[in-house]
Ligand binder design. Structure first.
Ligand code: ASP
Length: 419
């Protein structure tokens, strides 16, 4: 009997956690036994194998993102046919992105005010990490100018997804407008799209191994003490993400797409699990597209538009996390945040989530936008650094789940029949 890929991935996560726990025991013992090795060296010694497999899996996914975004967006825009339909889809998509992001932040802010996880927390200030936080955060202006590439080849080489998306949209519209003469190029992109999807399918078969290795590495190298110290903060973020993922988004899915949430979740489970283990919406993008087209029956016309854009700008989980983390820092420093300041946090957390790249820890970095806006000390970042990876995994899973629900909703509103 051949197990379905999402069942294989579920088993892979469980096996990965078990292997990770065993690995963690080895690493802690070797470290405590004082083999005169620093913790990082002990980790290297024991976890190198699983790290290698995990890294290879992520590289395979990253390898195809740029050609996949380009080929599928160009074909998608050409098949949408006219600028008016494209505009309508675009409007619906952005309305969904904005509404869900704001809803997520609102949930986060209510919870952080009620639970107050930062009250009474000691403020450590680790030198190295505090220095890290002096890097320049992106500004609203730079986020906008980055959309238009100076050089498209450079943008592709540097994985600047927004620039690649912008250029592909333009290319698609131009190809439709030119018509007959552009036929060979349209067919070329169409063929490239099919080929990229084929490669994605192959990589999907390796996903159980990749996910298992990534989980084993993360659990294996986790410092349990740090988690204990920040348990209340992590629980607040986790609860907020849980409410958004299990209540808000399913209600929207049910109302607007008439899709049974559990059934839909099964269809996109492989993508959500990959997002969880890689902590990167971008790396997960090929799998998200595959799940939505193959399992949920969404057309390439819609996925090719909503998914690449969503992976880059629609990050509900990240926005929620940034708002909670900023308030946590304020509470830990004993700084009162007024209602107006909390509204500023809400808006800047939304902006910061749009500006965050779809890669691990990006949200932590763009959080400087939020902290700057309400004059909170950037050193506060140092204390949440240690537990960022775990929260990043959770928020990335929610980000990808949000993109997936949005795709189903837009497809339904465009009159598609979903399976
Ligand atoms: N890792 C997240 C993503 O790829 C972004 C972040 O919040 O750091 O969606």
């Amino acid at each position: 009997m051949k197990l379905k890929i999402h069942t294989q991935i579920l088993i892979a996560i469980l096996v990965g956690v078990v292997v990770g726990v065993v690995l963690n025991g080895h690493i802690e013992r070797a470290h405590v036994a004082g083999e005169r090795l620093a913790r990082a060296d002990v980790v290297c010694k024991y976890a190198a194998g699983v790290k290698l497999i995990g890294d290879l899996f992520i590289r395979l996914l990253k390898m195809i993102i740029v050609p996949l975004i380009m080929a599928s967006m160009v074909t998608g825009v050409v098949s949408i046919g006219n600028v008016r339909s494209l505009g309508r889809i675009g409007l619906r998509t952005f309305a969904y992105y904005l509404a869900t992001t704001l809803l997520a932040v609102a949930v986060g802010l209510v919870l952080v005010n009620v639970i107050a996880p930062g009250a009474g927390v000691e403020m450590p200030a680790s030198q190295a990490e505090a220095q890290e936080s002096t890097r320049q955060p992106p500004t609203a202006g730079s986020i906008i100018t980055d959309i238009v590439p100076e050089n498209i080849v450079g943008a592709m080489a540097q994985s600047k997804f927004l620039s690649v998306i912008f250029f592909s949209l333009l290319l698609g519209v131009a190809l439709s407008t030119v018509g007959q003469k552009a036929r060979p190029l349209i067919e070329l992109f169409d063929a490239l799209n099919s080929v990229m999807l084929k490669i994605t399918g192959w990589i999907m078969h390796l996903a159980p191994f990749g996910v298992c290795a990534l989980m084993a590495y993360i659990v294996g190298t986790l410092g349990i003490d740090v988690i204990k110290d920040l348990a209340k903060y992590m629980a607040t973020v986790g609860l907020g993400l849980g409410i958004h993922a299990c209540i808000t988004l399913p209600i929207l899915l049910l109302v607007f797409a008439r899709y049974w949430p559990l059934r839909f979740f099964r269809h996109v489970f492989s993508a959500v699990a990959t997002a969880f283990s890689t902590a990167s919406s971008a790396a997960t993008l090929p799998i998200t597209m595959d799940c939505l087209e193959e399992n949920a029956g969404v057309s390439n016309k819609i996925t090719s538009f909503v998914i690449p854009l969503g992976a880059t700008v629609n990050m509900d989980g990240t926005a929620l996390y940034e708002a909670v983390a900023a308030m946590f820092i304020a509470q830990a420093y004993g700084i009162e945040m007024t209602l107006v300041q909390q509204i500023v946090i809400m808006l800047t957390a939304t902006l910061a989530s749009i500006g965050a790249a779809a890669i691990p820890s990006a949200g932590l970095f763009t959080m400087m936008i939020v902290l700057n806006a309400v004059d909170l000390p950037l050193e506060g970042l140092a204390m949440i650094w240690a537990v960022d990876r775990l929260l990043d995994m959770c928020r990335t899973a929610v980000n990808v789940w949000g993109d997936s629900c949005g795709t189903a909703i837009v497809a339904k509103l465009e009159g598609e029949k979903l399976t």
